[in-house]
Ligand binder design. Structure first.
Ligand SMILES: C[S@@+](CC[C@H](N)C(=O)[O-])C[C@H]1O[C@@H](n2cnc3c(N)ncnc32)[C@H](O)[C@@H]1O
Length: 259
């Protein structure tokens, strides 16, 4: 299922979709765009958000323990909770944590919202933040993945923190591909969304090396938005982008852990 989105395209533009009351119908990607307004300093749900929700809501989530990493505005986490999952949502940005709590309250769903860097999540020791030591049935993540030339402005309080991901776009993805598999219960699944510009085959290799069965389960071609457009010349100069490119493919990688 695809949903109508802001025409800005690309994974990291910042236009806010129009807002209205939440739907009482079955949860779907489009619900992510019908919550209360997302503040300017938090990532607005975009095409990548929708693609991840589409892949996630293909599954029966009733009673499933979901961990949504890099939760941002909480759009994915709330969609999972509305589909009947028990959800923990994590973000390293305090503004995103606050926005997710507001979205959950507005949608009238329960979420365990945790302010943490995903690199530090460890289920093997005592953890005061409520992570289930048995692991999660499903881990979802829409991480920052936009290749970011050196010297680009960034701030831990967002919003550039939501997309800036180092020169090759893999600053968070490489960590995620190591940490994510450790957070899964036996037989658990992981869904990660990223751009082709951040090397999808490298993610597949890393996840398979961690013992998961991983394939691309969704793909969508989208036009560049403001961030990608502003970086185009530097990415072309770095050999990361075809000079004629005006679109990028985003993919959802689905992984399954052994039982
Ligand atoms: C692209 S946004 C995704 C937001 C939301 N999940 C969505 O799909 O609309 C990425 C989010 O990751 C968060 N983030 C970046 N680095 C992180 C890290 N190391 N640990 C946890 N969260 C991180 C950012 O604060 C931002 O909210």
């Amino acid at each position: 299922m695809s949903v109508p989105l802001a025409a800005t395209g690309s994974t990291r533009p910042e236009s806010a979709p129009s807002e209205s009351a939440p739907s009482a119908s079955a949860p779907s990607a489009s619900d992510a765009f019908r919550a209360h307004a997302v503040p300017d300093d938090v990532y607005q749900p975009q095409e990548d958000t929708a693609l991840l929700i589409d892949a996630m809501t293909d599954r029966d989530l009733r009673g499933v323990r979901v961990l949504d990493l890099c939760t941002g505005s909480g759009a994915v986490a709330v969609a999972a909770a509305r589909a009947g999952a028990q959800v923990t949502a994590v973000d390293s940005c305090p503004n995103a944590v606050a926005a997710t709590r507001r979205r959950a309250a507005y949608a009238d769903v329960e979420l365990n919202v945790v302010h943490a860097d995903l690199a530090g999540i460890d289920l093997t020791g005592f953890d005061p933040k409520g992570f289930d030591p048995k692991g999660f049935d499903l881990v979802t993540c829409n991480p920052p993945y936009v290749p970011t030339p050196p010297g680009s402005a960034s701030s831990a309080d967002g919003p550039s923190h939501a997309w800036n991901a180092g020169p090759d776009g893999r600053a968070v993805l490489d960590v995620l591909c190591v940490v994510g598999p450790r957070l899964l219960a036996p037989g658990g699944a992981m869904l990660i969304v990223q751009s082709e510009l951040a090397d999808v085959p490298r993610s597949l290799d890393a996840l398979r090396a961690a013992g998961l069965h991983s394939t691309v389960v969704r793909e969508r071609e989208i036009p560049f938005g403001r961030v990608m457009t502003s970086r185009r010349s530097r990415l072309v100069a770095a050999g990361l982008l075809d000079p004629h490119a005006g679109t990028e493919s985003i993919a959802v990688i689905g992984s399954e852990a052994p039982r």
